[in-house]
Design a protein around this ligand. Structure first.
Ligand code: F6R
Length: 261
């Protein structure tokens, strides 16, 4: 795992945006396929990418995007549906073609068929070049809660009580947070050619330590990143505060082969 520890959230956004911009710039003519996350963690990264687009430093015309997850039982027009959140925080600021932005369908009459269709669309796009991830305080990625199968594909899940409590800040009351969701599986996420996880703040420190230094275990779904060939984690000092080998990661960061550190 490639671990980059930076001073603060602003630096996380800058480093992550640059990694994503490189993938977009180096993609073949058909364009890059980027996996996008919702939640607070990637907002700075989207902002930093939007600045590059606005200044003409980055062309996103050919970018295709796939979101990780969506609530079930929430009108897609609701401001906190991930259809709305992705439009507001990704599609519009990054100037993406809405026809190329995909979000799982949590309102489908046949959810299983919609999940299969989502997997099919990812495959037809040629797979995901880079998947951007946040991490839940309980170690989830996407909405793959603890004990999710590492082989799982896009499917319907029940949200953990902690996740519903964490996400209550986006709704009028905790009871308004949907109980169910559709999420890409851990197997789906691991199929992406690159993974890029961003985390900021002390509330993520335990989950980050378990992901990087704990055993590969379904109790911490993000520990699946240990099994990926090209997983990068960009975190600020607060999110890194419970790591045991911080000095070693900083040493490696300063002495990367080719001087990329
Ligand atoms: C959202 C998602 C979740 C979040 C995680 C962290 O699409 O996949 O795994 O990344 O819940 O949320 P924040 O960033 O709000 O702390």
């Amino acid at each position: 795992m490639d671990i980059t520890i930076v001073p603060d959230a602003q630096a996380v956004a800058h480093v992550a945006a640059e990694r994503i911009a490189e993938v977009i710039r180096s993609a073949p003519a058909a364009g890059a396929v980027i996996g996008v996350a919702t939640g607070s963690s990637p907002l700075g990264t989207y902002g930093a990418l939007a600045e590059r687009v606005a200044s003409g430093a980055l062309d996103t015309a050919n970018v295709t995007a796939f979101a990780l997850d969506e609530y079930v039982g929430l009108d897609p027009a609701h401001p906190e549906s991930y259809h709305s959140v992705i439009r507001r925080t990704v599609t519009e600021p990054l100037g993406l073609d809405p026809a190329r932005v995909h979000v799982p369908d949590g309102a489908a009459a046949d959810i299983d068929a919609a999940c299969e269709d989502y997997e099919r669309r990812i495959a037809e796009a040629g797979g995901v070049d880079l998947q951007l991830l946040g991490i839940g305080a309980n170690g989830h990625i996407g909405f793959n809660e603890p004990t999710s199968s590492f082989a799982s594909r896009t499917r319907m899940k029940t949200l953990a009580p902690q996740t519903r409590a964490d996400n209550a800040r986006f709704f009028d009351s905790a009871d308004d947070v949907p109980m169910h969701c559709v999420t890409q599986g851990l197997g789906t996420i691991l199929d992406a050619r690159r993974l890029l996880l961003v985390a900021q703040g002390e509330s993520k420190a335990d989950a980050v330590a378990a992901m990087i230094e704990g055993p590969v275990a379904s109790l911490c779904p993000a520990s699946a990143l240990q099994m990926h060939r090209r997983a990068t984690v960009v975190i600020d000092r607060a999110a890194a505060s419970k790591l045991r080998l911080t000095e070693y990661y900083e040493f490696v960061q300063a002495h990367r082969p080719g001087g990329a550190g």
